[in-house]
Design a protein around this ligand. Structure first.
Ligand code: BES
Ligand code: MN
Ligand code: ZN
Length: 497
C-alpha cells in the first residue's frame, strides 16, 4: 500500500537561503518559437540561484538541446560548501498552461518515487498553479506494490512557496484522497471483498465526524439488485455501505448524495466475459465506490458547508451455482421490477438500488453516481474523459469546466429519449440492457436505465470506465487505478453555496 508513503508538501520561503536547504531544486523552463529559453516562474529568484552556484541555465539547456516539451527533465549536478542542495532539475513546461504545470509536477513526482529526499520546486506561480502542480507531484510519485524485495516505499518532501500555503494545504488533502482511492483500486479482489470495503470505510471514519452504516445479509432484503449480483459469491456477501458527513449545525446545508459502483471483481457472471483476458482489469470495477469513499473521507478536512452522503454498492460479480441467470426478474429497492438480460451488466443493477434508496430516503439536492459502467463509454471517449449524463445543463457546464482545471475531465453526453424503447421488457417494468439486435450506444442506454431510479432529482451520472484505469504508467497516472473523479468531486462540492 502507498498511503504510509504519501509525500509531504511543505510551505517554504522564496529566498536563496531557503531554497538551497532542499536536496534538489526544480526549475520550470519554456522554449519559445524562436528557440529562446526562459524561466516563467520565480525568474528573479532563479537568477539569484544561478549566481549563487555560478551557473548559466540557458547555456545548460542549449547544451542539452532541450525541446521544452512538457515534463522533459535535465539534471545538473551542483555543489556549494554552504548548501545541502546537490542538483538542479530543469523541467519543461510546454506552453506554461495550467495543464502543462500540472504535468511537469507529475514528471518530477515520478522521478522521486521511493526516494527519501527533498525537492524545492520553482515551477508554479499563482495559487491555482501551485495547487495543480502540488497535487500532481504526489500523484506522479504514487506506487502500489506487494513486491517483497527491491522496492522502496519511502516518501520525498516537496517544498513550495509559502505565499500560497492555503493551496499547498488543499493539495495535500486532495492528493491524499486520490492516493487512498488508488490504494483501494489496486488491492486485488482476493483481499478486497465487500466486507473488506466496509472495514476500510470504518477505519477511514475513525476519529472523525463521519458516520458509517453497513447493511448485509437479511438487512439487504429490499435491495434486489445488490443481492442478485452479490449472492453469486459464496462468502462474504454483498454490502451496502453508507458514510455520512453531516457535522453539528449542518441541518440546512445542501445535501449531496454520491452513489458508487463497488463491484470488487467482475467476471461477468453466467454471461461470462470473453475473451477471458478482458477480465484482468476487473478488480478496478469498484473505482466509483473507491472515489466516493475517498471524497467523503476527505470532507472533515475540506470542511465544506455541504452535507455529503456516500452509498457504496459493494458486491462481487462471480460465476457460481448461486449466480443470477439471464431472464431472472428482480425487484429493486422501491419496487421497480427488472428483467435481467446479460449478467455482465451488473453495475446498473446495484446502482439502481442505491439511486432509489437515495431518492426515497435521503432527500438529496444533488444525486451523483460514479461507475465503471460500460465499455461503450471507453469506445466513445477513450481514457482521457469520463462520460457525464445529466439533464441539468448548467450543472454539466460547471462540472466540465471544473474538470478541465483539476484534470478529471468529463464530457456532457446526451440522454437520447428515442433510445428508451431499448429498455422495454415483455415481462417486467424494464429490460436491464438494450437487447434489441444491433442496438448501439451502450453507455447512453445504461444511463437511461439508471435515470428510471432517480425520481425528480438533480441527477448526474459519471461513467468512468475509461479514465478509472490507466493502461500505462504515464502522466499523473500509474499503470492501474487512477482515482479518477476524486479531484472533480472535491472541487465541485467545495464550490456549492
Ligand atoms: N465493468 C464493466 C464495464 C467495463 C468494461 C469497465 C471495460 C471497464 C473496462 C461492466 O460491468 C460491463 O461488463 N458492461 C458491459 C455491459 C453490456 C453487457 C451491456 C459492457 O460494457 O460490455
Ligand atoms: Mn460487467
Ligand atoms: Zn462491471
Amino acid at each position: 500500500m502507498s498511503l504510509s508513503a504519501v509525500p509531504t508538501l511543505k510551505a517554504q520561503l522564496l529566498t536563496v537561503e531557503s531554497v538551497i536547504r532542499a536536496n534538489s531544486i526544480a526549475i520550470g523552463f519554456l522554449k519559445n518559437e524562436e528557440g529562446n529559453f526562459s524561466f516563467p516562474s520565480n525568474s528573479a529568484l532563479i537568477a539569484k540561484v544561478e549566481s549563487y552556484f555560478g551557473l548559466n541555465l540557458v547555456d545548460e539547456l542549449a547544451f542539452f538541446s532541450a525541446t521544452g516539451k512538457t515534463g522533459e527533465i535535465f539534471e545538473i549536478p551542483i555543489s556549494a560548501e554552504s548548501a545541502k542542495c546537490d542538483r538542479i532539475i530543469l523541467v519543461g513546461v510546454g506552453s506554461n498552461s495550467l495543464s502543462d504545470i500540472r504535468l511537469a509536477g507529475a514528471s518530477l513526482g515520478r522521478k522521486f518515487r521511493g526516494k527519501e529526499s527533498s525537492l524545492f520546486t520553482l515551477v508554479a506561480n499563482s495559487g491555482a498553479e501551485i495547487l495543480a502542480h502540488a497535487v500532481s507531484l504526489i500523484l506522479g510519485n504514487y506506487q502500489w506494490t506487494k513486491k517483497t524485495t527491491g522496492v522502496k516505499l519511502k516518501a520525498p518532501e516537496f517544498y513550495l512557496s509559502s505565499s500560497h500555503s492555503a493551496s499547498i494545504e488543499r493539495a495535500q488533502i486532495i492528493a491524499r484522497a486520490v492516493s487512498r482511492a488508488r490504494d483501494l483500486i489496486h488491492t486485488p479482489a482476493n483481499i478486497k471483498t465487500p466486507a473488506w470495503m466496509a472495514l476500510q470505510a470504518k477505519s477511514f471514519a475513525r476519529n472523525s465526524d463521519l458516520v458509517v452504516t453497513v447493511l448485509s445479509g437479511k438487512e439487504l432484503s429490499e435491495f434486489g439488485g445488490l443481492q442478485a449480483v452479490g449472492n453469486s459469491s459464496p462468502n462474504p456477501g454483498p454490502r451496502f455501505i453508507q458514510i455520512s458527513y453531516a457535522p453539528r449545525g449542518s441541518k440546512n446545508w445542501p445535501h449531496v448524495v454520491l452513489v458508487g459502483k463497488g463491484i470488487t471483481f467482475d467476471t461477468g457472471g453466467i454471461s461470462l466475459k470473453r475473451p477471458y483476458d478482458t477480465m484482468i482489469g476487473m478488480k478496478s470495477d469498484m473505482s466509483g465506490a473507491a472515489a466516493i469513499l475517498s471524497v467523503v473521507s476527505a470532507m472533515p478536512s475540506v470542511a465544506p458547508k455541504v452535507r455529503v452522503t456516500a452509498l457504496l454498492m459493494c458486491a462481487e460479480n462471480a460465476l457460481s451455482a448461486t449466480a443470477q441467470r439471464p431472464s431472472d426478474v428482480i425487484t429493486h429497492y422501491g419496487g421497480t421490477t427488472v428483467e435481467v438480460i446479460n449478467t455482465d451488466a451488473e453495475g446498473r443493477l446495484v446502482l439502481a438500488d442505491g439511486l432509489a434508496f437515495a431518492d426515497l430516503n435521503l432527500d438529496p439536492d444533488y444525486l451523483v453516481d460514479v461507475a465503471t459502467l460500460t465499455g461503450a463509454a471507453t469506445l466513445g471517449l477513450g481514457r482521457q474523459y469520463g462520460a457525464m449524463y445529466t439533464r441539468n445543463n448548467a450543472l454539466a457546464k460547471k462540472l466540465h469546466s471544473l474538470g478541465e482545471i483539476s484534470g478529471d475531465r468529463v464530457w456532457h453526453m446526451p440522454l437520447i429519449d428515442d433510445y428508451a424503447i431499448a429498455l422495454e421488457s415483455f415481462v417486467a417494468d424494464y429490460n436491464h440492457t438494450a437487447d434489441k439486435p444491433k442496438f448501439s450506444a451502450g453507455s447512453v442506454t445504461a444511463a437511461l436505465f439508471l435515470e428510471k431510479f432517480t425520481g425528480e432529482r438533480n441527477w448526474v451520472h459519471l461513467d468512468i470506465a475509461g479514465p478509472a484505469r490507466s493502461e500505462t504508467d504515464s502522466g499523473e497516472n500509474p499503470k492501474g487505478g487512477t482515482g479518477f473523479g476524486v479531484r472533480l468531486l472535491i472541487d465541485w462540492i467545495s464550490s456549492i453555496k
